[in-house]
Design a protein around this ligand. Sequence first.
Ligand code: PSV
Ligand code: MN
Length: 394
Amino acid sequence: MSSFLLDQIRPGLDRFSIELPSWGFADTGTRFGKYPQPAAASTIEEKFADAAQVHALTGVTPTLALHVQWDLPAGVADCPAISELARRYGIRPGSINPNLFQDAEYKFGSLCNPDSSIRERALAHAEACIEIAARLGSRDISLWLADGSNYPGSQNIRRRLGWLEAGLVRLHARLHPGQRLLIEYKPFEPAFYHTDIADWGMAAWLARHAGPRAHVLVDTGHHYQAQNIEQIVAWLLHLGRLGGFHFNDRRYADDDLTLGSIDPYQVFRIFCELVQDPAAAVDVAFMVDQSHNLKGKMEAMVQTVMTAQELYAKALLLDREALAEHQSSARIVAAEQCLRAAFFTDVRPALAEWRQARGLPADPLEALYSGGYVERCARERGGRGAGTAGGYAG
Ligand code: PSV
Ligand code: MN
């Protein structure tokens, strides 16, 4: 049975990969405190080692997203060392994330700061990140701004929008061939009155204004309650501006819980939009953006990757032809049943078979537990530097 099912989804599965965030392996925390884990990574080498272990177990995580200030504190000068780690661990540097939120200068914003010298500093940092991406062979620069304000009237929203447009045009012009600028939106936090890029529409406008290689990055945690994320995905596909995802789950706000832990059907519905138009979705990047404060970092990451693969496999099962027919004749229940049939199919045996055919463990989480990697890290790392790596837990 699982072989028959696997034959249906194998081509899609073979193409599926998801990028890991370097910060997901480090001790981060909440606004109220940090809970250090003895096995947490505190150096960039340890983050590469952890990512390589997840890739060895799952086979679908060949790249590692890097946060420049946390992973390349010396900027461009750190590139040779990163390339060497990439070679040694067999993990490619993935998206490059500028850090425009941690330094005290950015208290009132980065690209939207009312002080032109701080805007200039922020742009120079983002330009350095474009250069870093070029040297490391990374395609995407993922831009998230914490810019916004906390009180009505305290900032001029339209002037800030003008600075933002001009800054993004300048960054787009600096992109190397093949590179993309991904623009991430977030409705609130850390700003609580207005956020300069608050939603997908604002991000899509800014991307269109910046140029053809600017796209929108959808972080699933960055939405108001009850927002229809798959509809946003459909619109961005329609506009040709969907750059990728930062996957995580949430119950209340940007909770950074593991993907699918609260609402797996939501993730499945997002994947359904993508599999219905594979040509439009071909360059869409899947990335994890989570910080694991209570779960063990390695088990949380392996669990996340397995969940993403399972939900994607379910979406691949969608009977698209039947669905299109039911939609055309407004057969509501029959159409909905197409989604439900795919969602409720147990794809785990087929995935186990797919993994075994590639020499991977049938159950990566079980293999993580029995392999002793986390225990070894805990002994060797022993909480060394706990609480120092990473930073803002977004
Ligand atoms: C902000 O909440 C965010 O989602 C951005 O992607 C950051 O780069 C990331 O979290 C890590 O703090
Ligand atoms: Mn994010």
